[in-house]
Design a protein around this ligand. Structure first.
Ligand code: FAD
Ligand code: A2P
Length: 365
């Protein structure tokens, strides 16, 4: 005979079994549900497999671009706490009659620096302007791209030159002059200037003599390009550097007026002497018009030369250097996108490949 207590005890004894069954159903369902959600997620985020259009980037080339490659490039020989005091050797205007603004070529003597302040083409130095800011603190340093080769303008290897535009803008009806650029444009031969650096490894030239060098410059962005071109084509410099450049150098230069073109006579001379190695394309924004009737910028010139330019870019020996106004970057990107499309290439895939291969160099400010 079953007593009531036995019935209850029997019922209770089934509870663990029931819980186990429930737990089994629940976890199986959850697992399936989770698997379904995961599958749905992967389906959603799985990118469309598009074969990237490869630009020629050899393995040897990308490994060469490691940090080791530039280990011998000097950096930070002089820092802001202990700058080198260089003497101004010359300071003259680079502009012609009728030009806009003020752009100067300034050379400093480095011969008394100890340790010696040496540098290579494509680096920058810091300048600490004299005086104090509105808080009574010494002015902070400003960077300037070096416009000379490591042998300097006098080829003795003991000077450094800059190409400086005076910053000027209007604010509340008043003309504001940039602190350091005005200081530099005003300094006189014999003056002492606090110099730091050198810095930067982004804009270095490749070692290969048969490299192709495409240069996109606006305004003072010409500074590093001037150094590259002197290294390639200036007779005495070539004797010194023993770098027998055999590739093609193509300069795209943007300036507001013809009178603002910088180092023009030198570049014309290189064109005459090296017609097979040097190509020079100008965009004079306030004298020439682009296809839409707007100001002619270097990106418009890039588009005009899309085919030839991309034939060069597809060659793994080609490096591209961009220097000058920060504002030109979106325009150049847009032009490169269109130019690449014309060749069936995808610039947004190509650019990171070039960057990784150490062939895309940008310094804008
Ligand atoms: P500042 O007195 O420092 O004034 C600049 C400030 O003014 C800006 O920060 C902004 O706040 C304000 N300002 C600027 N324009 C306007 C405007 N239109 N309206 C309102 N406010 C404004 N310069 C060269 O000339 N040649 C070079 O070769 C060169 N190379 C460079 C390389 C690198 C790597 C970098 C980072 C910069 C380079 N520069 C170069 C720029 C240079 O470092 C200075 O920034 C520039 O000379 C201005 O400094 P400044 O002291 O005269 O101006
Ligand atoms: P603009 O000033 O006529 O608009 P500089 O430094 O001597 O002024 O030269 C800079 C050159 O770059 C000028 O011709 C200037 O044209 C041009 N420029 C200005 N903005 C851009 C931009 N966004 N992209 C390309 N070039 C530009």
């Amino acid at each position: 005979m079953y007593s009531q207590a036995k019935v209850i005890a029997g019922g209770l004894a089934h509870i663990p079994v029931l819980i186990a069954v429930f737990y089994f159903i629940l976890t199986t369902f959850n697992k399936r549900a989770l698997k379904f959600v995961e599958e749905a997620k992967t389906k959603k985020s799985e990118p469309k497999v598009v074969e990237p259009q490869k630009v020629a980037v050899s393995k040897t080339e990308s490994t060469k671009v490691g940090k080791k490659k530039h280990a011998n490039v000097p950096v930070n020989i002089y820092r802001p706490k202990t700058p080198y005091e260089g003497t101004v050797l010359e300071n003259y205007s680079l502009l012609k009659e009728g030009a806009i603004g003020r752009v100067n070529h300034i050379t400093f003597d480095l011969k008394d620096s100890d340790p010696f302040l040496n540098y290579v083409e494509g680096q920058s130095i810091g300048i600490m302007p004299a005086g104090e800011d509105s808080n009574g603190k010494p002015h902070k340093l400003r960077l300037y791209s070096i416009a000379s080769t490591r042998h300097g303008d006098n080829f003795n290897g003991n000077t450094v030159s800059l190409c400086v535009r005076q910053l000027q803008y209007e604010k509340d009806g008043e003309t504001i002059n940039g602190v350091c650029s005005t200081y530099l444009c005003d300094i006189k031969p014999g003056d002492k200037v606090k110099i730091t650096g050198p810095v930067g490894k982004e804009m270095l030239l490749p070692d290969e003599e048969d490299a192709n060098i495409v240069m996109l410059a606006t305004g003072t962005g010409i500074a590093p390009m001037r150094a590259y071109l002197r290294r390639m084509f200036e007779a005495t410099e070539k004797e010194k550097n023993k770098w027998n450049f055999k590739g093609k150098a193509w300069l795209f230069m943007g300036a507001p007026k013809s009178a603002n073109l910088l180092y023009e006579e030198d570049f014309q001379r290189y064109l005459n002497e090296y017609p097979d190695n040097f190509k020079y394309t100008k965009a004079i924004s306030r004298e020439q018009q682009n296809a839409k009737g707007g100001r002619m910028y270097i990106q418009d010139r890039v588009l005009e030369s899309a085919n030839e330019l991309f034939d060069m870019i597809e060659d793994e020996k080609t490096h591209i250097y961009l220097c000058g106004l920060k504002g030109m970057e979106p325009g150049i990107d847009e032009a490169m996108t269109k130019a690449a499309e014309e060749k069936g290439l995808n610039w947004s895939e190509l650019r990171p490949q070039l960057k990784k291969a150490g062939r895309w160099h940008v310094e804008t400010y």
